[in-house]
Design a protein around this ligand. Structure first.
Ligand SMILES: [Zn+2]
Length: 150
């Protein structure tokens, strides 16, 4: 369904993306894992996760870690979809080769990518279902103004 909350900050989106990646195959994301994928202190990761919990985007239990709520998952899927589409685009269309560079550029662009441009990229790439790393690209129904069924 369309996610009609006001636009989330880049920082919030980055945390949701990180938690999504850490819990993609099940389980919870520990704040220590979140902290190390971000190179921030466990204390700041915990503080941010508590903030996301208050915003209703994650369920956080001390010592168990964080899981995305339904709203958090919907938002995270939209970001991950953009990230993985952009990585393919940067490699296959733009011709970037360096994996770290591709990841970093995708991570910057994903927060400002207009839905029309995202839809164009998806079409241009032939509606891929997997990212460069072989992980699934969530379908478009998870974010507003998507191109619908693929
Ligand atoms: Zn990203």
């Amino acid at each position: 369904m369309a996610h009609e909350d006001p636009k989330l900050s880049t920082n919030v989106e980055m945390y949701l993306e990180t938690i999504y990646a850490l819990t993609e195959e099940g389980g919870s994301a520990k704040t220590t894992e979140i902290a190390s994928s971000w190179e921030v202190s466990p204390a700041s990761a915990t503080e941010m996760v508590q903030k996301l919990d208050k915003m209703g985007l994650v369920d956080y239990k001390p010592y168990h870690g964080a899981r995305l709520s339904d709203d958090g998952l919907a938002a995270a899927r939209g970001i991950i979809r953009k990230h993985r589409l952009l990585e393919r685009f940067l490699h296959e269309v733009v011709g970037l080769e360096d994996e770290t560079r591709i990841h970093d550029v995708a991570c910057e662009m994903e927060h400002t990518l207009a839905p029309e441009v995202e839809a164009w990229i998806a079409k241009e790439l032939g509606y891929p279902r997997e990212g460069l790393n072989g992980k699934p690209i969530p379908p478009a129904e998870y974010y507003p103004n998507g191109e619908g069924s693929e």
